[in-house]
Design a protein around this ligand. Structure first.
Ligand SMILES: Cc1cc2nc3c(=O)[nH]c(=O)nc-3n(C[C@H](O)[C@H](O)[C@H](O)COP(=O)(O)OP(=O)(O)OC[C@H]3O[C@@H](n4cnc5c(N)ncnc54)[C@H](O)[C@@H]3O)c2cc1C
Length: 319
């Protein structure tokens, strides 16, 4: 059995299960995100010995050279020693420029646009607390042409990151961030195909970026946005979205609620069950589905069973 050393302690691990899972089962308390190699929240560094190739396959060349790998994808084959990431290797520094509640459960956080920070609307980054490396993934709601980065953060009861952002962070404070990741972005190849954008809660964040990207890229066909919430109080940016629908003839905004009366121009009912009637109005759709991972799974199934090709369904699931 391989022995893994971390911060002076040794852990006996097998090569059947993922290293991240095994270390955390034994109390190592490593940062953990999507657990599928997607978000890179758990990225860590090997300082002695060798890790297999697979957990480094999606790590940038210069980071790989420094020994970084993804323990969520690693099945250890030999003994090695690991260390926490060095923040100056991995992260970009930014300052908070805006912090307010969009509604009682959602914080809007804005930062300056760091120099040479490249991204596409709809991507996500990892926000990192500088003092201890606490990290979580958040989707970008802004466009690269905006002067600031914007994030929509759901406040969880006892949530470590969202609680810190709500209670301790202030304008002017420093926050660290990873480079932008993810492929849930507008594609110009879709310019003359109908687009369905659907999401619940802060799933609106990436959709808001993707929507504005499509509109400013002069998308030719129609765009339908279904925004879901448990009730009307959970919906946000409704006025901004109504205004966009007024401004762009090819854009329709449909707010949906699970409980209570349908909001103006929208529906009442589970969002995944409202998708088929929208899809029935046209053909050759591409879909962008964002937010809570279980709802994204239901919406994905709804699109797939109503003739949207799997390659044309793009998801940003908040695990
Ligand atoms: C690609 C991606 C993009 C994302 N984009 C966004 C976004 O734009 N906006 C957004 O709001 N979120 C987004 N998320 C989710 C986000 O990363 C966080 O997971 C979320 O904000 C919770 O973080 P937290 O630290 O506040 O809560 P956490 O501390 O992680 O806790 C979350 C909840 O779980 C409970 N909990 C924690 N540990 C346990 C335990 N051991 N047993 C039982 N319950 C427990 C807590 O009490 C809390 O209610 C995204 C996730 C991914 C993977």
């Amino acid at each position: 059995m391989p022995t893994i050393t971390y911060q002076g302690k040794t852990y006996e691990c097998n090569n059947e299960e993922r290293l991240l899972y095994q270390l955390n089962q034994q109390g190592a308390n490593l940062a953990s995100g999507c657990q599928g190699g997607h978000c890179h929240v758990c990225m860590i560094k090997v300082i002695k010995g060798e890790v297999p190739d697979q957990p480094q396959s999606d790590v940038k060349a210069e980071m790989k050279e420094k020994g970084y790998f993804l323990p969520c994808l690693c099945k250890p084959e030999s003994d090695f020693e690991i260390a926490p990431p060095e923040r100056r290797d991995s992260f970009i520094s930014a300052n908070i420029t805006g912090l307010d509640f969009i509604n009682p459960g959602i914080i809007r956080l804005r930062t300056n646009l760091p120099t040479n920070f490249d991204y596409q609307a709809g991507q996500f980054i990892n926000l990192v607390r500088a003092k201890d490396g606490l990290a979580r993934s958040y989707s970008l709601a802004s466009l690269p042409s905006d002067k600031q980065l914007e994030f929509h953060i759901r406040l969880f009861a006892n949530g470590k990151m969202s609680g810190w952002i709500a209670n301790d962070l202030q304008c002017g404070d420093e926050i660290l961030m990873s480079e932008a990741k993810g492929k849930c972005c507008y594609q110009k190849a879709y310019a003359d195909r109908p687009l369905l954008l659907a999401g619940t809660g802060t799933g609106l964040a990436p959709l808001y970026g993707i929507l504005r990207d499509a509109l400013t890229s002069a998308h030719q066909s129609k765009i339908t946005l279904l925004q879901g919430g448990r009730n009307s109080d959970e919906l946000y940016y409704t006025e901004e979205l109504r205004q966009l629908a007024h401004q762009y003839e090819n854009f329709s905004y449909m707010p949906c609620v699970l409980d209570g009366d349908a909001p103006e121009g929208g529906f009442s009912g589970p969002i995944d069950e409202l998708i088929p009637q929208q899809l029935a109005a046209d053909s050759n759709w591409a879909a962008y589905l964002c937010g809570d991972s279980s709802v994204v799974g239901l919406m994905r199934r709804s699109c797939f069973t109503h003739a949207v090709e799997a390659d044309d369904i793009h998801c940003d699931a908040f695990v």
